[in-house]
Each structure stands twice: as structure tokens, then as C-alpha cells.
Design a protein around this ligand. Structure first.
Ligand code: CA
Length: 224
């Protein structure tokens, strides 16, 4: 899943990028409201973490603009003060949740996961496809009761397919939601990672879960 962080405090922004990347998310950072607004409007993010007080354009204005353009990406607002008025204004403008600075990173992660689930139709932290279980809170993957160790990149790809289970995702979808801004779309890296995943998730099982849809992309599903 791909996240945009709009935050002008460099240390906090970089810590968020580092922490979220370690969790397997792809993270782009904008340090001011103008750049952040542009990226939010032009790139297909799965989540936006948006500070309120920003140079050039403030967070409320960015939020108002993206909602006006019918961009429904979940927005988690960072409020500097624990003031009720900022929270109400954020939620009324179209934010999906907020967290007050300073915050506990684990709490932020839990809110991020909840918002990503809300975006899809997944309601719990564990996504099930047949006998495959993906625990999005702990990033554990099990099939038929056996743990499947995955690299961060493999996990991110599998999680993206799982959030969209039963739906075809194109290679463009994958590249836009799994990789950062400077990803080279011509690369065959997605096919390479799909093969890695197949070897770990489907190999040795009679029922395959990762399917290629010719000319369209990939789908994770348990029925044929
Ligand atoms: Ca700020």
C-alpha cells in the first residue's frame, strides 16, 4: 500500500517514512503544502497522512481541494494541539481520522491499518483467502496452518492483492500502489515478485490462489 506523508517537520516526516517503510508500505514525503497538494491530487495513494500547519498551503485547504475533486483517499490528520476545534474542522472537511502530536508510533500504525481496511471491504486485521491467512497487524502469512516467511516487498505485494481479493489488479495498479514515485514501470520486477510469491504461497498446493488474467493482470482468489 502506498502512503503520502505531508509534514514539514523534517525529523518527524523522515521518521514516519522510515517506520512506515519498515512495515512494508511505500512512502512518499512532501515537506510543504503546495507539493503535498499536488502529489495528493495526481498520484493514486491508498492513504494520506496530513499535517495541518504547513508552509505555502495548509492541511485543511489540501483536504478541501482533494475532496472537491472527489478523491476519496482516506486522510489521517496530524493535529499539533489537542484542540477540539481542529479535530472537528478536520473531520467536517473530510478527514477520516486524526491523531494528536506527539503520538505513539504503534497507535499511528493501528490507525493506518484501520483506515486501509475501511477503504477495502476488509473488516478485520486478518484477511482470509481459502486456507491462506494474512495477518495485516503482525504481517504474518500462513497457509494451511504453516507460516510462510516473506520479504517486506513480497508481503506488500501479497497484502495489496489481498485487500483487493476477488478483483483483478493490473500491473499498473500494482506499480502505483506498491512502489514509490520514482518506480520504473518498464521493469519486469512485478512479474519477478509474482513468481517469488507463487513459489512461496502456491507451490505444493493443489489449489492455486494467485491467478494471471491474460492481458489484465493478477487476481487473488480461492475459487477457480
Ligand atoms: Ca507542521
Amino acid at each position: 500500500m502506498r502512503i503520502l506523508v505531508v509534514e514539514d517537520e523534517k525529523a518527524l516526516a523522515n521518521n514516519l517514512k522510515k517506520g512506515l517503510s519498515e512495515e512494508g508500505y511505500s512512502v512518499d514525503v512532501a515537506y510543504d503544502g503546495e507539493e503535498g497538494g499536488f502529489m495528493a491530487e495526481t498520484e493514486p495513494y491508498d492513504l494520506i497522512i496530513l499535517d495541518i500547519m504547513l508552509p505555502k498551503v495548509d492541511g485543511f485547504t489540501i483536504l478541501k481541494n482533494i475532496r472537491k475533486q472527489k478523491i476519496k483517499t482516506p486522510v489521517l490528520m496530524l493535529t499539533a494541539r489537542d484542540t477540539v476545534s481542529d479535530k472537528i474542522k478536520g473531520l467536517d472537511t473530510g478527514a477520516d481520522d486524526y491523531i494528536t502530536k506527539p503520538f505513539d508510533f504503534d497507535e499511528l500504525l493501528a490507525r493506518v491499518r484501520a483506515l486501509l481496511r475501511r477503504k477495502g471491504e476488509v473488516k478485520t486485521a486478518i484477511i482470509t483467502i481459502g486456507d491462506l491467512e494474512i495477518n495485516t497487524a503482525g504481517h504474518q502469512v500462513r497457509r494451511g496452518g504453516t507460516d510462510i516467511p516473506l520479504s517486506a516487498r513480497e508481503y506488500a505485494l501479497l497484502e495489496y492483492l489481498a485487500y483487493n481479493k476477488g478483483k483483478v489488479v493490473s500491473r499498473t495498479n500494482i506499480s502505483e500502489h506498491i512502489y514509490e514515485y520514482d518506480f520504473d514501470l518498464d521493469s519486469n520486477i512485478i512479474d519477478v515478485y509474482i513468481n517469488f510469491l507463487r513459489n512461496k504461497v502456491d507451490k505444493g498446493f493443489e489449489k492455486k490462489l494467485i491467478h494471471t488474467v491474460r492481458g489484465a493482470g493478477y487476481i487473488l482468489k480461492s475459487d477457480q
